[in-house]
Design a protein around this ligand. Structure first.
Ligand code: 1CP
Length: 368
């Protein structure tokens, strides 16, 4: 393939396996599609090899490295979707914040936002093609190199999750610095959430133009908010993102399914199911039957096996998957874990998970 062919977001190879896209739209499928959050990750020796000795965000800025890391899990497992290798924290960087990935510590902001005045440090009108064009290039390159095997998912962090990192300065158990803003500086909090929402909308639209065939919005820190705070500081922005992205896509004659994953927000399943997303992602603490009931059949569901179930022997993984499929049902369902894979997980267990989803679901669908 010539360089010119791989950098233009056009003439993409034809999609051969659209099971994931059909399930996202609640259409019939021959098997339940499956992918794993963090499927490109340190549990794979080839991932560690490609990443070794290189700075994390430098890797994110290399379209070739992102493409390679995205494709690695597909070479091992018959997954039904790929997610572009990148990180949610590229957005705070695009808004002018310094973010470093510190070994053994995770993402670190040397100068987090402390008080509302600090919002002035942020770039309000981000030119996403300029600041995040490297992600778009990675998506375009990967969409060519994936050769139509499976759809490519683009993603973003949701406003509240990004806000919490920008104020905490890294990971946190309590998120008390960020929550302090919600209670003490609600207006400044809304201002920041709006700024983030504006960038996210442009960023997601750019990802689709670049070749993303579905989009996932990660509200990973929903769980530290109660229903009231979630309703005020998360949900309206999640809705706004889906509405504005859909509107923008429609103008271009496009449409891609959108997934919202608000981790630990059990109380919000009803609301999330009425938020313009086609798919609601679930963590493992929610019972699939209750989620189905509460989502009212409006959306597809994605999830939600406890990632730690991958530590079980293979036969047991297969039993857990079977039970999960029975509880979700095979229509309007995308199998996944309830959160990302951990670095110490055995790739063979991931293979057993994927295989069990395909095997059991084929049998169940044949018997319908
Ligand atoms: O060196 C490394 O490889 C570090 C591990 C790693 C990886 C593989 C980080 C650091 N980010 C990523 C890639 C990544 N991040 C992907 C693409 C790969 C894939 O899923 O296959 C995605 C979708 C993300 C998204 C992301 N980053 C989220 C949302 C999902 C979730 O886990 O809830 C979050 C919260 C982050 C922040 C982040 N980046 C990295 C770490 C270790 C963290 C979490 C830190 C913390 O809060 O404790």
């Amino acid at each position: 393939m010539s360089d010119a062919a791989v950098i233009l977001p056009e003439d993409f190879p034809q999609l051969q396996n659209d099971t994931f896209l059909r399930a996202a739209r609640r259409e019939e499928t021959e098997h339940v599609p499956v992918w794993c959050m963090r499927q490109a990750g340190r549990y794979l020796p080839e991932f560690r090899e490609t990443r070794s000795g290189k700075d994390f965000f430098e890797t994110c800025r290399s379209p070739e490295a992102c493409c390679e890391l995205t494709l690695q899990p597909l070479r091992r497992f018959p997954l039904d979707a790929a997610i572009i290798f990148s990180d949610i924290l590229v957005i705070p960087q695009a808004m002018g914040m310094d973010v470093q990935m510190v070994a053994g510590k995770g993402p670190t902001f040397p100068e987090p936002l402390k008080e509302p005045e600090d919002l002035q440090r942020l770039q309000a009108n981000v030119d996403v093609s300029k600041e995040l064009g490297y992600v778009f290039k990675a998506i375009t390159l990967t969409r060519h190199k994936i050769q139509g095997k499976v759809p490519l998912i683009g993603f973003t962090g949701a406003p509240w999750t990004l806000m919490s990192y920008m104020i905490e300065g890294g990971g946190s158990n309590t998120h008390s610095k960020a929550k302090r803003w919600l209670y003490r500086h609600p207006d400044a909090s809304h201002m920041l959430l709006r700024m983030l929402t504006d960038v996210i909308v442009q960023y997601l639209l750019g990802q689709v133009t670049a070749g993303a065939q579905a989009l996932q919005v990660f509200e990973s820190h929903a769980g530290v908010l109660g229903p009231e705070e979630f309703g005020e500081f998360s949900l309206p922005y999640l809705r706004d993102i889906a509405r504005r992205v859909k509107e923008g896509l429609k103008k271009e004659g496009q449409d891609v399914p959108m997934i919202v994953f608000a981790k630990d927000a059990h109380y919000a399943v009803e609301d999330l199911s009425q938020s313009h997303y086609e798919v609601v992602g679930l963590d493992w603490t929610i019972d699939p039957r209750s989620a189905r009931e509460r989502s009212g059949g409006r959306v597809s569901l994605q999830g939600n096996m406890d990632p730690c179930a991958l530590y079980a022997p293979k036969g047991r993984i297969s039993d857990i998957v079977k039970k999960m499929l029975e509880r979700f049902g095979t229509k309007g369902y995308i199998a996944n874990l309830g959160h990302g894979l951990y670095p110490d997980m055995d790739p063979e267990s991931v293979g057993a998970f994927v295989e069990a989803v395909h095997q059991h679901s084929k049998r169940m669908i044949e018997q319908l």
